[in-house]
Design a protein around this ligand. Sequence first.
Ligand code: GLV
Ligand code: MN
Ligand code: MN
Length: 423
Amino acid sequence: VTTSLTQLRIDRERLLSRLDALGEIGAIDGGGVCRLALTQIDGEGRDLVVSWMHDLGLRVEVDGVGNVVGTWPADRFDAPVMTGSHIDTVATGGRFDGNLGVLAGLEVLETVIRAGVETARPLAVAFFTNEEGARFAPDMLGSLVFAGGLPLEVALDTVAIDGAVLAEELDRVGYVGTLPCPARPPRAFVELHIEQGPILEAEGVTIGVVTGVQGISWHELVFSGQSNHAGTTPIDMRHDAALVAALTVVAVRRLTETTPGLVGTVGRIDLHPDLVNVVAARASITVDLRHADDDVLTEAERTILEQVGEMAAAEGVTFESSRLARFEPVTFDPAVVGLVEQVAVEHGHTARRLASGAGHDAQILARVCPAAMIFTPSVRGISHNPAEYTEPEDLEAGANVLLDVMLRLAGAGGDQSRGGDGS
Ligand code: GLV
Ligand code: MN
Ligand code: MN
């Protein structure tokens, strides 16, 4: 790619106005968004992004799990340099998590198209189904199916926390597509995302060069005790499922205090019957454990389950555990990581290498092609919260680094690889 091509720049106002427009769909108090995967609202968000893809003249394809890929030029079928992310959110999400990566990708393609630039490889922007995992587990479900890490039939049978079946919801929003999955791997994958943590802002750095993603373990634990009267049941005669759930919350925190680098969260607690004067018969909780070293993560899982077993036995409560998600730590492609860093520095930005604490579709794409990520700062490190915010100049900087990285990966000019096998 010639110097003149790498001097192309995205249109910040166009990117911001698309972020605003998508953020209106499922908007909640505090400036956030609730667009849980494959709900009606997610369907509306999908339709808007797909309409923008059509406006740009992309070839828009949908696969069997509802992943959407827009490719430019529309008549090129060889492996593209791909970007993308997700537009589903957690129920109390912000406007940037995932959405930035998709809309910056769209902005990159629009910039290239308007400039009349031809690249040796096609360019593509994708959004993947159910990245968040807040409605259907596991998270990154769509990219997993895309990359061959989860059979399509298993994904389609997944039951949501609200009891809905994924295949039915996909059909209802109109996103059952015909593109085969697993998909043919892209040439490369680069995802722009907000950091969702405090490091870049604290250090005054504009571009995060993401080296990899820590391992993720999700379990659901269901405790079964006995409901009884809160006033009459002697403490030593109780089988209190809520107590064991609470002890587990504490055990997870204690383990993080003695295991350097471990983070652990109990993000959901459901009690039954959930009444003021009834000892809980059942408690269902989730445990999210993450660490950069897979052996440490495995040991942490084992330790928590052992402690839960002891605490439950002491209370005369039984429990069942089921694994909702398990991802090994991922190291991104050194060449693409190096390219991100080089481009960030050439653009005059401060840059810093860091690992991602959050899960991302790029970590799944890394199984099938060279992949990397670009982070932009998150104000006060806040995410999965309506207050999530990134300054417009940082969004612009990140999108321009994405543009330049994609152009360099796609190579200059012409159609020398048209009809090629993408190898
Ligand atoms: C996805 O957002 C995750 O890291 O939980
Ligand atoms: Mn995300
Ligand atoms: Mn998220």
